[in-house]
Write a new protein. Structure first.
Length: 312
């Protein structure tokens, strides 16, 4: 019987899942390892519908719930996810067995003219599907015309080429995994555009009682990536955030110290909070929670209350 791994069916999701599948094949050469496409609620909702859902109430699992159900039912034995889509509180019977080494964490600008972000003309149309990106774009360049951008990577790039936008912003990691890095005009500095928590990280989930598979998958786990992800996800979890809320975070490790930067911003670009915190790398959850509490005490409540959050 083949070992089935659940994945979304988009071109990017399949490319990412295939990359991890090949690594699993190396660990289990005697197993037949296949991908199983599981369609999710997030695949059925438009970006606008997902954003409206997020504004009215906390929305979690848009891209993961159906795969979790497939995992728990035995339809698949593992799931491959973009970690930034995974709820910060997992189902009690599911665990993350491996954090795959992080790819480029930055957001990428692609412009038709080849101009960098700072060079875009006033009034230029810039597309993004992310409230987090929208907020930071408006904060840095209130003169730009930020427009919603929907569809998979191919669709977004086609809309840019067709002139619907002067520039678009999407994750650099996704472009890299699709072999389309050459189309990037500029990788945006994190001082301008802090990424989503866990951006660029893939993870593999298994049932908590599947000890044998979890043991094998430990070989795929990257320790520094796991520590950074735990800090960033702790920050997001404490803020009751999700992928449709304008929150960014990025951790990095230097020697024994873990430094975590965060941003919370209103999509109008006028309310932007940026703070940092650091501590010992062995306490990533505490660092994330401490930074979130600092944000909450210094204005984050007012911003996040518009996204159904606020009962801290």
């Amino acid at each position: 019987m083949p070992l089935l791994i659940g994945t979304r069916g988009s071109q990017l999701a399949l490319a990412q899942a295939e990359m991890v599948r090949q690594q699993i094949v190396q660990l289990l050469p005697s197993e037949e390892v296949r991908l199983e496409v599981v369609k999710t609620l997030g695949d059925r909702l438009s970006a606008k519908e997902a954003q409206e859902e997020a504004r009215s109430k906390p929305v979690v699992g848009l891209f993961t719930e159906e795969r979790d159900e497939a995992l728990l039912s035995g339809q698949v034995r593992a799931g491959i996810h973009s970690l930034k889509d995974v709820p910060t509180v997992l189902h009690p019977d599911i665990q993350i067995a491996a954090f795959i080494k992080r790819a480029d964490h930055r957001d990428a600008l692609i412009s038709r003219s080849g101009q960098f972000f700072s060079q875009l003309s006033s009034g230029a149309k810039i597309g993004t599907s992310s409230p987090r990106r929208e907020a930071q774009i408006r904060s840095a360049r209130p003169d730009l015309n930020v427009l919603p951008l929907r569809g998979n990577v191919d669709t977004r790039l086609r809309k840019l080429k067709d002139g619907e936008y002067d520039a678009i912003v999407i994750a650099a990691a996704g472009l890299g995994r699709l072999g389309r890095e050459s189309e990037i005009t500029e990788r945006l500095d994190v001082g301008l555009m802090l990424p989503a928590p866990a951006q660029g990280i893939l993870c593999v989930t298994v049932r908590r009682d599947d000890l044998a598979l979890a043991k094998y998958l430990m070989s795929l786990n990257d320790g520094p990536t796991q520590l950074c992800a735990r800090a960033e996800r702790s920050f997001l979890r404490t803020l009751q955030g999700g992928c449709r809320v304008p929150v960014g975070a990025l951790a990095k490790i230097e020697d024994d110290e873990l430094m975590l930067a965060g941003v919370i911003a209103h999509t109008n670009g006028q309310q932007v909070l940026r703070f940092k915190h650091e501590g010992h790398k062995d306490e990533p959850e505490k660092i994330g929670e401490d930074l979130a509490r600092y944000f909450i005490d210094h204005g984050a409540k007012e911003i996040l209350s518009g996204y159904g959050r606020g009962s801290w």
